[in-house]
Design a binder for this molecule. Structure first.
Ligand code: DAH
Length: 346
């Protein structure tokens, strides 16, 4: 092989392998080392080739020289392009850190609006001497219905409403079974608040979700009367919904309370800078603990009486915050959820 052909072959090899290495180098300093190994005056691969130019026939030197120049320019151009690209992507490039830039805002979590309501409700009952209670979300028919004076042929126990589990048990359809568990595990005086999750075969729409929150309350002692129920729930309602709130007790029916009542509130709210009274809104179920319930857990209903109440913090959050769709609380859109944390609950 003539020296001319050998040198042209070497140039082609150098160009091909150099272009691959340049395009796969990801650090500026590696790129600089590569540049020196290719184009360096002494040790550079191209310089080595040019030194051998003397071995080529004088008439053919021009051809080899021109080809060496072309390869050199191609490599310089490729190195420059790679350098520019790296400058955009490389974090540790020298001199790129502007320490005067303000820091990026940190993402901060916030409390869920329903939890804010539960917390507010809890704070109020805590000052009235209540403690917290809880029970399992998987319950038996006994705790969820029968002990609560609800026969299994009651519509509430219907498969259309209650989510029964495969073998036995069900997902509790209300927090009232916590009443039974609390009565079993304690002795009077009993004053508990039990927030928790409940489950029903509900359609998913603006006012229903198949799982939702409830807050159960129970007071049992000697000498508890309907006056205690009214006073407690009226005091709570005014503290939660605002001191100007009117409270009304409407006769109702629940299997586990007798007599039973529904609690309505009429609130004062601001609308376009004006204080206005809302319509009556139902916010709670309540009643005197049915003697059958007390008997079911071995209490003497002649000696002990009590009252119970249940409310839905999800619905309360809708009203408090003026949200129109309950599903918003369950979609976990941080842009929605983060609006509530610093707003006072009102
Ligand atoms: N458990 C009832 C429900 O899910 C709510 C309720 C009503 C609870 C009256 C009570 C009560 O403790 O006294 O609809």
């Amino acid at each position: 092989m003539s020296p001319k052909i050998a040198l042209l072959d070497s140039l082609a090899d150098i160009e091909q392998s150099a272009l691959i290495r340049i395009s796969t180098t990801i650090k500026t300093k590696d790129l600089e080392a590569l540049r020196i190994s290719l184009l360096g005056r002494k040790e550079g691969k191209l310089s080595q080739i040019l030194k051998q130019l003397a071995s080529v026939e004088p008439s053919e030197r021009k051809i080899v020289g021109a080809e060496a120049n072309r390869v050199k320019n191609a490599l310089i151009a490729a190195l420059e392009t790679a350098q520019t690209n790296l400058a955009y992507t490389e974090e540790d490039r020298p001199g790129s850190l502007d320490v005067t830039l303000p820091e990026r805002g940190r993402w901060q979590g916030s409390e869920h609006p329903i939890n804010l309501v539960i917390k507010e409700v809890w704070k109020i009952f805590q000052t009235m001497g209540f403690t917290r209670a809880r029970g399992p979300e998987i319950e038996s028919e006994w705790y969820n219905f029968e002990a609560l004076n609800t026969p299994l042929d009651h519509p509430a126990a219907d498969e259309q409403d209650t989510l029964y589990l495969k073998n036995s048990g069900l997902l509790r359809s209300h927090t009232s079974p916590v009443q039974i568990r609390t009565l079993e595990a304690n002795s009077p005086p009993i004053r508990v608040l039990a927030p928790g999750m409940v489950y029903r075969r509900d359609t998913y729409d603006a006012t229903h979700t198949p799982s939702f929150h409830q807050i159960e309350g129970l007071v049992v002692d000697e000498g508890i009367t309907f006056v205690d129920l009214k006073a407690t729930l009226e005091e709570f309602s005014k503290r939660f919904w605002g001191s100007g709130t009117k409270v009304r007790f409407r006769p109702s029916f629940f299997p586990f309370t007798e007599p039973s009542a529904e609690v309505d509130v009429k609130r004062i709210v601001m609308r376009e800078g004006q204080e206005i009274e809302t319509d009556w809104i139902e916010v709670m179920g309540a009643g005197m603990v049915d003697p059958n319930v007390l008997e079911n857990v071995g209490y003497d209903p002649e000696r002990y009486t009590g009252f119970a109440f249940g409310m839905g913090p999800g619905r309360m959050a809708l009203l408090k915050y003026g949200v129109t769709d309950l599903r918003m609380f369950f979609q976990n859109d941080v842009r929605f959820l983060s609006q509530f944390s610093h707003k006072s609950v009102r």
